[in-house]
Design a protein around this ligand. Structure first.
Ligand code: MG
Length: 381
């Protein structure tokens, strides 16, 4: 493991790792660790920026990119470390700078009981509005830590059945027929594909996928369609081609058009860009059939759990989604996946420099490791 340069908040050697993880800490960390074996009885947060390298150029309706900035976090308590992550795709408006600035303001040393999760997260929420990826990085590390302290994975603490995890889709970005054909073939082990639409080659994209496979497809338009009549015509065409749902077909501001579309659509219409946090959920009723919940949008596992249980009460469908993330944030989301109808948890599979191992995909299904917390270990190289 390369020497890790975490920014220290709380005095303990940041970047130190708990016993049982596969990585070995840097020498100086080890010295401090042995001098203070049990660690401190207050919570200590540390963090460092990291850049995810994408295996392929990733194109959606509004942009293309080859990297995604993330910030990795650790919360240490009595020698146990919980891991977290903020991922910042461009459209959310967060960055290395904004996340590190936010995390610099977070003083967890005032807390000596990590199980006061509601109090701790209320404090973090009230530091500044917005900054949900940064908040998720604290939330995930806190959940990982508390799960480890009680020796249980979070799916079990929530009483969720790990057998009920959904199958996950594998995302195919907007591209030329040759590349789409190649990516569809590469996705052979997945039983569902998520196809990005919203530029001028929608029918070509779907026809190309269909020339390779007949497996179910989720469609994500990323607000790319502007005309409701054309959108409905397209959705009807898609529904005859084994498309299961259509996500964010039109700009979130076009609420009347979206309500009109949802009422007539033969397949569920899901909110993604239109829905970020729990308080906005009530406003989704009547506009959309379902929601796409992502930890980076809503602020983490605590908020996502509440949002998903409330959406169920409202009779809405649920997709658990992700950004481009390491196995840290993906495994955190996977803990919640038994609550979802569908999953789109492939963000870690799209990158070439994942630092962790955690939830895996077995025969296309999200598979939860029986390890405490969010269930990850640090990769050894
Ligand atoms: Mg989406």
């Amino acid at each position: 493991m390369k020497k890790r340069e975490f920014i220290k908040f709380g005095g303990l050697a940041a970047g130190a790792l708990i016993a049982g993880c596969t990585a070995s800490p840097a020498g100086e960390d080890k010295m401090k660790r042995s001098a203070n074996k049990r660690g401190s009885s207050v919570l200590k947060l540390s963090f460092r920026p990291y850049e995810l390298q994408l295996k392929h150029v990733f194109t959606v309706a509004s942009s293309s990119r080859t990297t995604t900035p993330v910030v990795l976090t650790e919360i240490e308590y009595e020698g146990v470390i919980g891991y977290g992550e903020a991922s910042m795709p461009p459209y959310l408006g967060e960055s290395h700078k904004s996340v590190t600035e936010f995390l610099s303001k977070v003083n967890l040393e005032q807390f000596s009981d990590p199980f006061l999760i509601e109090d701790i997260l209320d404090y973090v929420e009230n530091i500044m509005p917005g900054n949900y990826a940064a908040k998720a990085a604290v939330d995930i590390a806190l959940h990982d830590l508390t799960g480890k302290l009680v020796g249980q994975p979070w799916f079990r603490l929530w009483g969720l059945n790990p057998v009920k995890t959904p199958f996950t889709s594998f995302t195919i970005g907007i591209d030329t027929p040759d590349v789409v054909t190649e990516k569809t073939k590469e996705a052979d082990v997945y039983s569902i594909l998520k196809v990005k639409l919203g530029r001028d080659n929608d029918r070509e994209m779907i026809e190309t996928v269909r020339s390779v496979t007949g497996k179910p497809v989720y469609v994500d338009v990323n607000q790319g369609w502007k005309d409701k009549e054309k959108a409905l015509e397209m959705i009807q065409w898609l529904s005859e081609r084994n498309v299961i749902f259509v996500e964010q077909p039109m700009p979130k501001e076009q609420k009347d058009d979206i309500a009109w579309l949802t009422e007539r659509s033969p397949v569920p219409i899901l909110a993604d860009e239109a829905l970020q946090t729990l308080p906005e959920l009530l406003g989704m009723r009547g506009l959309y059939t379902g929601i796409n919940v992502k930890l980076m949008k809503c602020g983490g596992m605590n908020a996502a759990y509440k949002m998903m249980t409330m959406a169920r009460q409202m009779g809405m469908k649920i997709l658990i989604g992700c950004m481009t993330e390491t196995s840290c944030a993906i495994s955190a989301a996977a803990q919640l996946s038994p609550l979802a109808d569908w999953a789109d948890l492939d963000g870690n599979l799209l990158i070439s420099n994942d630092l962790y191992e955690g939830a895996t995909i077995v025969d296309g299904k999200v598979t939860l490791p029986d390890r405490p917390g969010i269930g990850i270990t640090v990769r050894s190289s």
